[in-house]
Design a protein around this ligand. Structure first.
Ligand SMILES: [Zn+2]
Length: 329
């Protein structure tokens, strides 16, 4: 870049946004690349930060994000001009589009921008909407989670396994506490190399990383306990169903409990009851397989119930109640 280009870069003037430029708008928001001519009433209705700012028309307001909204007496073509310092123009466009067009077609970067900016400017409706949207993709019931827990599934316009670390970081910064336990859990299902890389890449706050690492270690311990308890669990299930066993010799005697160590992996998928029954009781009779599957699922439920506690979060039923409230707000 030569000196003239650099000068042009520095002095680049933001231009009116193609869509978010309402002729009857009564305030212009300025960002690095765009100007938005929008409505004070619409913003005030949804954002307490903007409402307060328009109330105190000369104020300089500091928000939690540390950036300042400077509301000086500038005008743009006769309309008050508010400069949003430090916010990316594209991100603000996502936020304003969510305010004006509440739809659900949302790629990951938009979801993140919506979560962060709606928290920063206290757009309660947008915030609740995006939190609920994310929670639907990361359900708190084990069976629902199993149903969507596939790395290759598409999610927010990328692959599912490309989402959790970005979402965790954004949820943490946006005080979306109801999303934290399930996102901590989803991130714990990755190897340590990915955890280190992804948390760095996303610039994740250290408190969030610490909680993730400590909880991940506790989860590992709980998973080991679960797996080492399997032979006992399976034997008890098979003994209990001895009378219904169709095999000769009966499965309880034939089942070898071999390769159990294969189950010890950070991939939670591989602990499903049907997986365990197929992998470790391959030649067993259908009745015994069903018993084993059910016994494993019951043990998994117990493991699942304790997941939030490993990350210092409230139990699932508390989270679910808070999500219900958000959905109905
Ligand atoms: Zn059997």
């Amino acid at each position: 870049m030569n000196a003239i280009e650099r000068l042009e870069e520095v002095t680049k003037i933001p231009e009116p946004h193609e869509i978010l430029w309402f002729l009857d708008g009564n305030v212009v928001l300025a960002t690095d690349v765009y100007l938005f001519k929008v409505h004070k009433g619409v913003l005030s209705l949804q954002s307490t930060v903007f409402r307060d700012m328009f109330d105190l028309s000369n104020a300089v307001i500091s928000t939690d994000g540390g950036n300042e909204i400077e509301s000086v007496q500038d005008t743009y073509e006769g309309v008050p001009l508010v400069t949003l310092v430090g916010d990316d123009g594209e991100d603000v466009a996502h936020l304003l589009r969510a305010v004006y067009e509440p739809r659900n077609r949302t790629p990951l970067d938009v979801v993140v921008a919506l979560l962060l900016l709606s928290a920063k400017y206290d757009f309660k409706g947008v915030w609740a909407n995006v939190v609920v949207q994310i929670s639907r993709q990361y359900p708190t019931h084990l069976q629902d989670y199993d149903a969507v827990d596939n790395d290759d599934n598409p999610l927010f316009d990328v692959r599912r396994n490309g989402c959790p670390f970005t979402l965790l970081c954004a949820a943490f910064k946006a005080n979306a506490d109801v999303l934290l336990p399930i996102l901590y859990f989803a991130c714990s299902d990755f190897g340590m190399k990915s955890v280190i890389f992804e948390t760095r890449e996303n610039d994740t706050p250290s408190d969030c990383v610490n909680t993730l690492l400590e909880g991940r270690e506790e989860l590992d311990r709980a998973l080991n306990k679960f797996i080492w308890g399997l032979p006992e669990l399976l034997r008890a299930a098979l003994r209990g169903g001895r009378n219904q066993c169709n095999a000769n010799p009966p499965c309880v005697e034939a089942f070898p409990y071999s390769y159990l160590s294969d189950l010890i992996s950070s991939d939670f998928n591989r602990t499903r009851g049907s997986f365990v029954a197929d992998a470790y009781l391959g030649p067993g009779c259908p009745n015994c397989k069903l018993l084993v599957k059910n016994a494993v699922e019951t043990a998994r439920e117990e493991y699942w119930e304790k997941v939030p506690s490993h990350f210092g979060c409230p139990e699932w039923h508390v989270i679910e109640r808070q999500l219900d409230e958000l959905e109905n707000s």
